[in-house]
Design a protein around this ligand. Structure first.
Ligand SMILES: CC(C)(COP(=O)(O)OP(=O)(O)OC[C@H]1O[C@@H](n2cnc3c(N)ncnc32)[C@H](O)[C@@H]1OP(=O)(O)O)[C@@H](O)C(=O)NCCC(=O)NCCS
Length: 231
């Protein structure tokens, strides 16, 4: 049971053996897994989707295989229950966030070499964010770029709009040592939203965003190890 003031963030190793996760997938999800050309992507999809079903099963006291996972107009998965969740994966790591109440979004990115970091920032980020990045020395710049990227993706995943919301329509903090927060959001109230960094292994950045709804919530981070027992 999650209380009203907590966001539970589970981290999951996508290289876990897939067999127990495959058991809880629907026929359609197995078919989806089979469509991946690369074997590791097939396994990663199976582990992430299976873990989502197992955790939803626990939160909803339901049979994981029978949970009706629905998809919003822009692709955001949801359930017909007072439980919000969102999933992100990059490299071998997946993060799954759950809360009762406000819509939330989570994003994780594994750092990769970005020789075109500044052109990408200029193309997608707002001008102030790009200026802040340009003022940083290169090692700090890479970290700040992925902090910025994941914080922005967390917002567009929380609203469910995805990239239909241009990333330059809102500004997040990105400088080292500065707390994660929204500086402004076009057509929305930045003060009504909360942003947190998620603790992840070296070489990754991750953030969770949600509509605050009466005050910021606690983030409880857990590691999904093996198969939690489902009643
Ligand atoms: C789909 C999107 C919402 C997130 O994509 P992403 O960051 O590549 O992928 P993530 O792993 O974080 O998220 C994927 C998961 O988000 C969920 N999701 C899908 N559409 C969503 C939406 N509109 N809103 C919220 N969540 C969504 C699904 O659970 C999906 O998991 P699945 O693929 O196993 O079904 C969208 O913003 C997108 O396409 N982004 C592209 C990112 C990009 O170009 N990155 C380049 C970095 S330099």
């Amino acid at each position: 049971v999650i209380d009203e003031r907590t966001i539970e963030v589970w981290s999951l190793d996508l290289e876990s053996p897939p067999a127990p996760f495959a058991e809880v997938l629907t026929e359609a999800e197995r078919a989806q897994a089979a469509r991946f050309h690369f074997e590791h992507l097939r396994r990663h999809y199976t582990v992430a989707r299976g873990a989502l079903r197992l955790l939803l099963g626990r939160y909803l006291s339901a049979d994981p295989a029978l949970i009706a996972l629905r998809t919003g107009p822009k692709g955001k998965p949801f359930v017909d229950a007072p439980l919000s969740f969102n999933v992100s994966h990059s490299g071998d790591l997946a993060l799954l966030a759950f809360t009762r109440g406000p819509e939330l979004g989570i994003d994780v990115e594994q750092f990769r070499p970005m020789p075109d970091l500044l052109p990408v920032a200029r193309r997608f980020f707002c001008a102030e964010e790009t200026e802040e990045l340009m003022a940083l020395p290169p090692p700090a710049r890479q970290r700040a770029f992925f902090a910025c990227w994941t914080r922005k993706e967390a917002y567009i995943k929380a609203t469910g709009n995805g990239l239909h919301t241009p990333l330059d329509q809102f500004r997040v903090t990105l400088r080292p040592g500065e707390a994660a927060r929204f500086v402004h959001i076009a057509n929305d109230d930045a003060g009504a939203w909360t942003l947190h960094d998620v603790v992840v292994p070296e070489g990754y950045a991750a953030a969770v965003a949600y509509r605050a709804g009466g005050g910021a919530r606690e983030i409880a981070q857990r590691v999904f190890e093996g198969m939690p027992r489902v009643q």
